[in-house]
Structures are given as structure tokens and as C-alpha cells.
Design a protein around this ligand. Sequence first.
Ligand code: VOV
Length: 248
Amino acid sequence: MSEAAQTLEGWYALHDFRSIDWTAWRLADESERSRALDELQSFLQQWSTVEENKEGSTAVYSIVGQKADFMFMHLRETLEDLNAIETAFNKTSFASFTYPVHSYVSIVELSNYMAAPGSDPMQNPDIIARLKPTLPKASHICFYPMNKRRDGQDNWYMLSMDERKTMMRSHGMIGRSYAGKVKQIITGSVGFDNWEWGVTLFADDALQFKKLIYEMRFDEVSARFADFGDFYIGNFLNGEKFAELLAI
Ligand code: VOV
């Protein structure tokens, strides 16, 4: 058996994709819409307080295209916390004007492919900050799930640790050349959801997602071993922008 990579885990993640029932929203009277909007704003406020207290983080984005209208990405200490957030949101009057279209459950993960030997990563404040990150408030988000292939000669899980390390180093070098342009949060979802990882990217220039992902397609670890699910791309929302999106 090949040596399994060691992983470090941080906050649990829920990517929660919703669409708006525009007909119901348009037909609602002004006071109903305003109550729903107030509830939404108070949730956004609560989530930013959690973030200020370093007890989690939430990103809110509109989604371009028909797969969803908007998404919440929540990071929290436990799965119970994530469950509580989605349930509380489902009970709001704003939620009754939305319907769930997709969700993804995972946990922030770092693997030891690039770890310095002999060091205790949990004593490293940079590692802790990566495991429990404050999500960037970048202009754009890109989310997609992926697997590492297990197919004949292209079976990632049958490769030796050294072979995988070499490929991950090359992967990391490409990623690093996008420093300052694209920020990645990799979440592991083996046993939690249908794919092995969630890839969440943040950038102020959405074109950099395309450049990075395209370049990685030529890198062996992606070219030979990666399979991808649906891609979601979106624009930053805060309370003000959300109110604009919902204005009738
Ligand atoms: C934005 C840049 C960027 C950077 C700097 C970067 C670097 C790194 C490093 C150094 C490491 C290994 C250590 C760790 O941190 O875990 C990883 C790990 C990983 N990556 Fe990555 N990645 C990036 C970006 C990046 C992208 C765009 C993708 C999607 C691939 C594509 O083709 O669409 C990806 C995937 C992953 C995955 C699934 C893992 C876990 C693999 C496993 O088998 O465990 N990643 N990644």
C-alpha cells in the first residue's frame, strides 16, 4: 500500500447555493419584502461579528449563470455550527423567497506534501491561520469540486509518496506564481460529500481564475489525475450590494 498523505484539518466548510423565487418576491408586498431584507441584513451582521471574533468566517457572492443566484460559504468550528446556521437561515422570512439548489460540505485541509521535515505544523501560526482563515472579500469567487483519478495507469492513490510529492511541488510552483492575484482555499470532503476536494478561489480579476486553471491543466497532477465537477463563478456581495440585487 502507498503511504497516505498526512492531512491537517481546520474549520468545517459549507458552500450553500440558493436561488431566488423572483415571482414570489415580486408579488410580495413592500412590508413583507422589507421585513425579509431586514432579517437577511441581520444575519449578514451576525456572521460578520462571528468573523470579527475569529470564531468562523463567511463569504457571500452572487452567482453568474443559471446554476444559482447567490451563495454563502461558511467556515465554522463544528458541523453542528454549520447545521445551526443553515437551519436558522431556513427559518427566516427571506429564506421563504429562496430555494436551495446545491450545497457542498467539507473541511479546510492542508496536506504534508510540502511540509518542512521535523517541524510541528501546529506550532506554526501561518499554518493555523491557513486552517482557520478569514475568507477574502475579493471581487470574485470560483468554486468547483474535484477528485484525483483512480483509473488504470492513472491512479493517484497507487503512486509512491515521492512521486506525489514531486508532482505537488510542481503544482505548488504554478500556484505560487499567482500570489497576490488568486487566493485558494482547499477543503477536503472525503466521507463528507460526493467529491474528494472543494477548490475555492478568490480574485479581484476573474480572468486570473481562467489563466491559473488553464495553466494547471498542463501540469501532470491535473492533466493526468484530476477530474472536476461543476464550476460556480460569482461576484462579491455585502449588505448593500445584496439590497441592490433584490431591489424591485
Ligand atoms: C492559487 C494558487 C495555488 C497554490 C499556491 C496551491 C498550492 C498547493 C500546495 C502547496 C498544496 C500541497 C500542500 C497543501 O497546501 O495541501 C496544494 C494542495 C492541493 N491543491 Fe493547490 N494550489 C493552488 C491552486 C489550486 C487549484 C486551482 C487547484 C485545482 C486544480 C486544478 O487543476 O484546477 C488546486 C487543487 C489542490 C488540491 C486538490 C490539493 C490537495 C491535494 C492532495 O492530494 O492532498 N490547487 N496546493
